[in-house]
Write a protein that binds this ligand. Structure first.
Ligand code: SAH
Length: 293
């Protein structure tokens, strides 16, 4: 076949690793902008938009080294990059993005899947570069906690590290009449979040802004979503607390099971009470509350 200049290409990055490193690795690959990740036997395959091979390879190697430094086994020699044309894409892509159900309350699906029937709430997420298609354990844990609170979700909430906007959109759908501020340092994520809010008819209920906590107004919230990761959580802790009302809650996700003791210590040091810890695969969600004063 003749090569066409306008043909679109993608990268499939395959890393062989042991099960204990898989979650950390897929989290890292998503944070590099992976459009999706799949686990096949002892490998993770992450799909990326077309880009410079060397830069992508180096970024993945950096991630592998970071994961190794944190004590998890993964071999930098095991990274394989493969570029493939768009026409071979859909079968990979669609196989991965199946609808995700949270109890019988929420269904998160890519736009090409059939809508869930009521009373299940239907959420469409366009899988682009932003993290948060609903397939990752860290997102699902927050959604589960949210669904369990659906009768008492507050009118105002803050979503720190909104990614695709999935948590803000779910909040707006579960709590009609609410208003959610979603912030992300990544402008591409914010653009994707706005598009997803429009797709779900909740654009007026969601206010997405580029930036970290300073991008949120100087007010306090009864509920803050923080699906970040340990180091970012610890960096943002003071700023998060300043935005939290007394008796308000922060749901921290993106924490690895082995980080539990360290995180718990940090939260308690900052005067938060851990009310519940949920686990899925290697990931934890810590539900915390600021005591009444
Ligand atoms: N809320 C989504 C996405 C979580 S991924 C979900 O639950 O699936 C974490 C997001 O946090 C990424 O999009 C990343 O860009 C963003 N992020 C990282 N550091 C941040 C910071 N300091 N302030 C705001 N967002 C941040």
């Amino acid at each position: 076949m003749k090569a066409s200049k306008s043909k679109r290409y993608f990268w499939a990055v395959t890393v062989t690793c042991l099960p204990e490193s898989r979650e950390a690795l897929s989290y890292w690959l998503f944070s590099l902008g992976a459009l999706g990740c799949e686990e096949v036997e002892n490998r993770i395959i992450a799909y990326f938009e077309d880009q410079d091979e060397h830069a992508l390879h180096q970024a993945v190697i950096r991630g592998v080294h970071r994961i190794r430094e944190s004590g998890l086994p993964v071999d930098p020699q095991s990274i394989d990059l493969h570029r493939f044309p768009e026409e071979n894409w859909m079968e990979n892509w669609k196989r991965y993005f199946r609808p995700v159900r949270i109890g019988d309350v929420l269904c998160i699906r890519p736009p090409w899947h059939r809508a869930a029937s009521p009373p299940m709430l239907d959420i469409m997420i366009e899988p682009k570069q932003a993290f948060g298609t609903g397939t990752h354990a860290t997102t699902q844990l927050v959604l589960q906690a949210m669904v369990e609170r659906r009768d008492r979700l507050p009118e105002q909430a803050l979503d720190v590290g909104t990614g695709s906007g999935i948590l803000a959109i779910a909040h707006a759908k579960l709590r009609p009449g609410s208003h959610v501020v979603g912030i992300d340092i990544d402008p591409v994520a914010v653009e994707n979040a706005r598009e997803n809010a429009r797709l779900n008819g909740v654009a007026a209920a969601c206010d997405f802004r580029v930036g970290s906590i300073e991008a949120a107004d100087e007010r306090t919230y009864r509920l803050i979503y923080a699906n970040l990761e340990k180091n970012i959580i610890s960096r943002l802790m003071e700023a998060l607390l300043q935005r939290l009302q007394p008796a308000g809650e922060i749901l921290f996700s993106g924490i690895l099971a082995r980080e539990r003791a360290e995180l718990e210590k940090l939260l308690v040091q900052h005067g938060l009470r851990v009310t519940r810890v949920r686990q899925q695969d290697d990931w934890l969600l810590m539900e915390t509350e600021k005591p009444h004063v």
